[in-house]
Design a protein around this ligand. Structure first.
Ligand SMILES: Cc1ncc(COP(=O)(O)O)c(C=O)c1O
Length: 506
């Protein structure tokens, strides 16, 4: 920063607070709404924060009151002396361009950025682009002009009033034009917004543009309200669309968590093995890719070829098991393989890592709905249901859904068309007191509902979603308020299974 400014700061130090409080008529328009402006700036700040040009420490006080970790960098010793006494914080000596570089989430400044020339402004923002965290931001509260004409009009207006000091400032300092700031921001990878707070001051926020990676597309799925089915009065029905996960199903959450946890514990190093109807294999394959692990899956051969093709495309090695012997046989072979080779057995049917995978799903639902009066989820491994029910009890009615041919309701084990749900052995982690109701849904009801959801709501879901929806409607009369039903995946991976045909139409 030019030495000329240091002289200005020296003169300003004693009278700055006098001016911001509106006692200097020449600067009254510059500082109109000063406390409000500072609080608007402070409101935006988060995380590790570097404040440049804290001066007499007025904004610093608000940042500290928010509990933020603040580094204050001030070039003027006169200003710093006042600011430090006011805030109790030790200010570092430096300026926008010369300071002890460190990572930050927020860079903030009030009424100081105009001391830099445009070239210096660009250089400073370029430095911040490198040191800010991925979601980092720059908050600049300062004067900006919309155009050179506007600036000249303003200078003429205050010259007529005889405000010589203000006019000298406006002529001497480097007040930028909005489009110049916007161009610098865009060029250096920031979005730019400017909100006017008084005749002179704008709150400018530059946010680092953050591009998602494919792996970021696991979780944060959409929640939609379904309004084209008849519901009892006072009931609203919401569906969580898990087909929008990267690999197309709720099981991406499981794959991610099982592999992450196993790697963290040092248990998975080379190969992972699992028994799955398919979606778990897809979720695991995505996660194994990230960690450079091989994946072998044992799949009963009757299951959808689409899911098997997708698993293979993602790098999994598939071994077919006899469909007549069910998932029990696939599990037996997966375990035997793990024992023989030392591969890590993901073991979704028994591991506590399975229900733990759905804490994110629970958080999303609570964020979206606030209160959940009933939750409806199908059970294959029962991980989704358990993970949600453990967190929702005792405030929520919990409904677990199975197809006919599944054993939860005490019925005999048998084959079913509904894919992805159905339990052959009661899972250890599924505690009875987590379940308020068990709904056993026939294949025909589930497949009819798949067609109804397509035709009434434009939703293309798999048959386990169909079954869950039938169960939700059956149970709707028992609550008032919000029902949430989990839709685990989409129709298109079951085209070969005639997903849009009920039994009579096959
Ligand atoms: C389509 C589909 N629906 C539902 C489920 C059931 O999820 P969970 O194993 O968590 O009970 C699965 C599990 O694989 C599935 O693939």
């Amino acid at each position: 920063m030019s030495p000329a400014f240091m002289d200005i700061f020296e003169q300003w130090a004693d009278k700055y607070d006098h001016a911001v409080e509106g006692h200097d008529p020449e600067y009254r328009d510059v500082f109109t709404n000063y406390p409000f402006m500072l609080s608007e700036a402070a409101k935006q700040a988060r995380g590790k924060t570097i404040e440049f040009g804290p001066g007499t420490g007025n904004l610093t006080l608000l940042l500290l009151a928010k509990g933020l970790d603040v580094t204050a960098v001030e070039p003027s010793e006169e200003m710093a002396a006042i600011g430090q006494a006011k805030t109790g914080l030790t200010f570092e000596h430096g300026d926008f361009l010369n300071y002890k570089t460190q990572q930050a989430d927020t860079i903030i400044s009030s009424f100081a950025f105009h001391h830099l020339t445009n070239e210096e402004k660009e250089r400073a923002i370029k430095n911040y682009a490198e040191t800010l965290t991925d979601n980092g931001q720059i908050i600049i509260l300062d004067t900006v002009f919309n155009s050179p004409e506007e600036k000249q009009d303003m200078i003429r207006y205050y010259a007529d009033l005889g405000y010589d000091n203000l006019v000298a400032d406006l002529n001497r300092e480097y007040y930028p034009f909005k489009d110049v700031m916007k161009n610098i921001a865009n060029k250096l990878g920031f979005t730019y917004s400017a909100t006017q707070l008084n005749k002179f001051a704008y709150l400018q926020v530059l946010r680092k543009k953050h591009y998602k990676k494919p792996a970021d597309l696991i979780g944060q799925t959409p929640l939609v309200e379904l309004t084209n089915f008849q519901l009892p009065p006072g009931v609203r029905l919401f569906a969580k669309l898990e087909m929008y996960n990267l690999g197309g199903s709720v099981k991406d959450r499981l794959g991610q968590n099982i592999i992450e946890s196993a790697v963290r514990r040092g248990e998975a190093a080379d190969e992972v093995v699992e028994a799955t109807a398919g979606n778990t294999g897809i979720g695991l394959a995505l996660a194994c890719q990230q960690y450079g692990l091989k994946l072998k899956v044992f799949v009963p051969e009757k299951f959808s070829v689409e899911k098997q093709e997708i698993m293979r495309a993602l790098g999994a090695d598939i071994v077919h098991t006899d469909s007549a012997l069910g998932m029990v046989e696939a599990r037996r072979q997966a375990q035997a393989y793990a024992e023989k080779t030392g591969a890590y057995y993901a073991n979704q049917f028994e591991t506590e890592d399975n229900p733990a995978s759905y804490s994110g799903l629970y958080n999303e639902l609570i964020d979206e709905l606030g209160t959940i009066d009933m939750m409806v989820a199908g059970a294959g491994s029962a991980g989704t249901f358990t993970g949600l029910a453990e967190r929702l009890k005792p405030y929520t009615r919990t409904v677990i859904v199975e197809p006919e041919g599944s054993i939860l309701n005490g019925g005999p084990s048998g084959s079913h068309r509904t894919e992805g749900i159905g339990v052959e052995v009661w899972p250890d982690f599924l505690k009875h007191d987590l379940i308020d109701a068990i709904e056993t849904i026939s294949d025909d009801e589930a497949f009819q509902m798949v067609k109804d959801l397509a035709q009434k709501e434009g939703l293309l879901v798999g048959s386990s979603s169909g079954a869950a929806m039938v169960a939700a409607l059956n149970q709707a009369e028992y609550v008032k308020g919000n029902i949430v039903v989990i839709f685990p995946d989409a129709s298109d991976r079951y085209i070969s299974q005639q997903i849009f045909k009920t039994k009579g139409e096959l």
